[in-house]
Each structure stands twice: as structure tokens, then as C-alpha cells.
Design a protein around this ligand. Sequence first.
Ligand SMILES: O=C[C@H](O)COP(=O)(O)O
Length: 224
Amino acid sequence: MLASVASVEEALIALEAGVDMIDLKNPALGALGALNHALVKEIVLTINQRSAVSATIGDLPMDPDIIFEASSAMIATGVDIVKIGFFGRDHHTECLKALKPLSTHNKLIAVLFSDEQPKLNLMLDSLALFANAGFYGVMLDTADKTNGHLLSYLDVDQLAEFVRQSKMLGLITGLAGSIQAEHINQLLIADPSYLGFRGALCEQNQRVFGLDISKVKRIKNQLH
Ligand SMILES: O=C[C@H](O)COP(=O)(O)O
């Protein structure tokens, strides 16, 4: 279970609930909104290796220099994993080339967006690029949090194929995208390495509101 958190307090809630990956993100700034680096460092020190910690670099344009700089800066905070959004369909190859020096010694996860690339074949074709670029994993998410959830774009068979092919390439594989408690049993059929949550863990299911510890624990129990 990955839980996205936006503060020290929320990170401690996720730790107490025993989630597997504490994901640092500012949901108010978009699907992969970034927290500022000072706060990320503070959370890394607070968690002190009691859980894996990932962080997003922001909803950034697919410019190799921008993506490289943002990824380098986030790696320097000491997080275990950096999640990088691959928006749209253009310039992915150039960005991967720029990131190659980072992926050798750091765990990078590529986030792909099911609502931006609903054609499964195109996504499957791109998986080898991420594996060849030395990525640690890939993850499916949704870019537009106001319109549907992961299963509105891809069905369980398609998600299972995405997971199967990613794992065959040695990539850990996550699924996210406004996933609610009632989607979990269906999504587990696809056998992902983890499921990622924000909205479903928050007050009133609003991803920009605070984490509700009872929801975090309920979903954690449902998964484990
Ligand atoms: O990385 C996972 C995301 O934070 C999931 O957020 P969401 O459940 O609000 O789509």
C-alpha cells in the first residue's frame, strides 16, 4: 500500500497505520504536485527509515533539462524513491536519456496516466523503454482527479496485462487513480506490486483535505 501524504503529521499517521510506502506529495498542486525540499527532508528525517519514502517531482513539462533538475533535487533530499510523471506522449525518450545517469544509483518510478493514454498497446510498447532506462518501477495513475478513476479507463484484464508485462521486465508495478475501497478487490485481481491512494484516505474523500487515520487503517486492513 502506498499512501500519499503532505506533511510531517500525515507521514506519521501513515507510519502508524503501517503502510508500505509513504509518498510525499502536495495534492493541491496537481496529480504529482511536489512538496518543497525542506519539508521533504524533514519528513525523511522524521520517518528515519522506518518505512520506504517516495516523493513526486511535480506536474512538469516533458523537457529533459527540467525533468533532470527536478529529479536530481528530489533525490538529494534523501527519499528512497522518486516518482516522475510522463505526461502526454511526446519527448519521453529524450527525458529517459537525460535521466539515465540518475537511474543507475537511484530508484526511479515512471508514472503513466491512464486518462491521457487510454490506448493500452501504446502504454505496453513504452514499458521496455523504462526498463532499458534503468527504472525501478512503473505506475499507472490518473492526471485529472475530477473525472473518473483508474477503472473508468482500463478494465481489470487490461490492468493485469500491464502489470504482467511490467513485472516480466523487472519493474515493480503500482496502480492508482482515485481508487476507492470498493475498487480494491477487483484491482487485486491484476496482481500489482502495490496500490496507491490519496483521496480515499482523506476526510470527505477529498484529496486536498487532511488524512483520516481511520480510513488509512481500514484500507490497510483490507489490503493486508
Ligand atoms: O500516488 C498515488 C496518488 O497519490 C493517488 O491519489 P488519488 O487516490 O487521489 O488518485
